[in-house]
Design a protein around this ligand. Structure first.
Ligand code: PRP
Length: 209
């Protein structure tokens, strides 16, 4: 899986373990989602194009740099909302385009219920956010929606992804890079990631059944 970048970092392991733990309360679950999204963002932005910028410090003139790309952040509702703030913190000029999708409980197929992609808008780099990539259906649908918009560089940030979901995404969109904190081996009968973390949306928004 050439396009999959799995973070290898002690902080990732530490914070991911807290995130997975079923006793972690929603307030801490949100904090952990932020922390892991920041670490994913750090990795996923390493090679963003920059251009020179000449500035004057309080002491002298010097050469600096600034980002030279138009960026969009696309959270997949609901759970992707939990990753937006850390991305915006690092990329304050980015646009945020919302996509609402839920997985049908019987079929596990994604159902789109909200699409706030700009009419005719284009950008250089898109970061698709979703803490979980299970079958890959939701992310694939999101990328299909984005494909209509002229986004040459799409990067997916997902905290936990299943191996079969990643294989599906890579086969359908081999040019899309995916940044993950962990790759879990399998899905259960209900198409939940195992060992996983449960339902990220419910844990973020405290709506566990
Ligand atoms: C979860 C998760 C992903 C999707 C992953 O969302 O946040 O969007 O399922 O599954 P997939 O890879 O098989 O498509 P859910 O449908 O529970 O909606 P929510 O974010 O509103 O909780």
């Amino acid at each position: 899986m050439d396009g999959v970048i799995e973070l290898k970092h002690s902080l990732v392991d530490h914070h991911l373990t807290i995130l997975r733990d079923r006793t972690t309360a929603p307030s801490l679950f949100r904090r952990q989602t932020h922390r892991l999204a920041s670490l994913l963002a750090f990795s996923a932005t390493t090679d963003l194009p920059i251009r020179d910028r000449r500035i004057t410090t309080p002491l002298t003139e010097t050469d600096g740099s600034e980002l030279a790309v138009k960026i969009a952040i696309v959270p997949i509702l609901r759970a992707g909302l939990g990753m937006v703030e850390p991305l915006q913190e690092l990329l304050p000029e980015a646009e945020v385009w919302h996509l609402g999708m839920y997985r049908d409980e019987q079929t596990a197929q994604p159902i789109e219920y909200y699409c706030k992609l700009p009419a005719g808008g284009a950008c250089d780099v898109v970061f698709v956010l979703d803490p979980m990539l299970a079958t890959g259906g939701s992310v694939v649908s999101a990328i299909e929606a984005l494909d209509r918009w002229d986004c040459p560089d799409i990067r997916v940030l997902s905290i936990i992804a299943s191996r079969p979901g990643l294989e599906r995404l890579q086969s359908e969109f081999p040019g899309v890079r995916v940044f993950v904190a962990a790759i879990d081996p399998e899905l259960n009968e209900q198409q939940f990631i195992v060992p996983g973390l449960g339902d990220a949306g419910d844990r973020i928004f405290n709506t566990l059944p």
